[in-house]
Ligand binder design. Sequence first.
Ligand code: NAD
Length: 482
Amino acid sequence: MEVIKNYINGQWVESKSTETLDVVNPATTEVLARVPLSTPSEVETTIQAAKNAFQEWRETPPLTRARYMYTLKDLMEEHFEDLSRVIVEEAGKCIDEARGETRRAIEQVEVAAGIPSLMLGYGLEDIALGIDEDCVRQPLGVFCMIPPFNFPLMVPLWFLPYAVACGNTYIVKPSEQVPLSQRMLFQLMDEVDFPEGVINLINGAKGVVDTLLESPDVRGVSFVGSTPVAKYIYQKAAENGKRVQAQAGAKNFLVVMPDADLDRTVASLLTSFFGCAGERCLSGAVLLAVGDVYEPLRDKFVEASSRLNVGYGLDEAVQMGPVISKRHMERVLGYIEKGVEEGAKLLLDGRDIKVEAYPNGYFIGPTVFDEVSPEMTIANDEIFGPVASIVKVGDLDEAIDIIDANPYGNASSIYTSSGKSAREFKYRVRCGNIGINIGLVAPMAFFPFSGARDSFFGDLHGQGTDAIDFFTEKKVVISRWF
Ligand code: NAD
């Protein structure tokens, strides 16, 4: 079985590590490859390669750096289907969801190609007689990225194109569960022919992350993943004097008002709760049904959910794939057990699902709990699977109080035809990404990917102008000529 290579200093190199993990297709359970847990000295070599490449790269004109982005975009377009297919194979998505991910990934490269404008500074003449003041942005050095499993191609690209276009050098440590789409991306970046050491890929898990966090030569860290790991990374990176942004876990509440357009709402809820098998940080988790809408909403939602076609994502007719791993499947099944134990009413039981062609795949069908109370575990913990909990509430105030009481603050949505309710909701809810009649609040590349409270640690988010601020230092020059 092939062991995936690292990409260091412009070369594909075999890891000397004796420890490897299987990369498993979660639908077929076929072992696709092995991923090495690279050694500390390999991580150090990678950091030094990135460090050595920095000076020449920062002196490369931004316009020239932007042209690498154009070439990368063209190659990604050319390999659009190959990239999407790899996402399905390693992460279990449906092919259309994977195509959506690839499109969103390319958009990051497109936006970063605007770096000469994005990176502009500003200045003012005559701040005093004959004295001028200017502010320029400069790159800092080596940055690294630690992504989660659920968007294996896209998430590293929320950061890498901006970092590199700004003149920094970069290291990605892919999620050990899904390293294959990053490998393909780096194969394409190899064709782009970045100067040696500008972009690097090092495989592994916690050990690699710790070496990166401890190195004085790494200037900043971008993390996306679960909240406990985000807290750890935020703290450890800061202790080691680094810039850090850590996008974390989620528990997203969706409020449906009695004046919502029910058919359109249910269609939107289906993708929110069950798209990517509920493994999105923006997935709906709890459905807050306000007043009279409760009964008709519950019935329509359960009926529509029960008709979703579950299977292997390479089949175009499939609407929901498996969850990522056996371990994660058992964790999600544990939460379903817990919901039953705590007295919620299981209206749709995804544990019964059978996918004939792939009997060993990690499939869980759409699962809907009714009569959930806000205190129950299933209404509070991040489950990260296809499990919806319906809570009946009296009014919008009660709904907002429930959202407020949960420590996560990633995303929340309201479905309504009232501008007043919508305004109240967006004004008061303490989540970073707010949807109004939208169930999947995925910010475009030119906006920050926000998040609040236990869903984000830091000041500057991924994407947009936040990314430019994160990856540059502002330098002020005050000058007088005699
Ligand atoms: P995870 O936290 O288990 O792993 C994320 C990364 O951290 C991986 O690369 C992993 O190798 C590394 N890691 C894991 N444990 C570590 C440790 N103890 N020390 C150092 N590094 C460690 O997350 P996951 O299960 O891969 O991804 C799912 C999570 O990501 C969910 O909680 C989801 O909400 C979150 N997520 C958040 C966003 C966002 O933008 N807020 C986006 C996508 C996913």
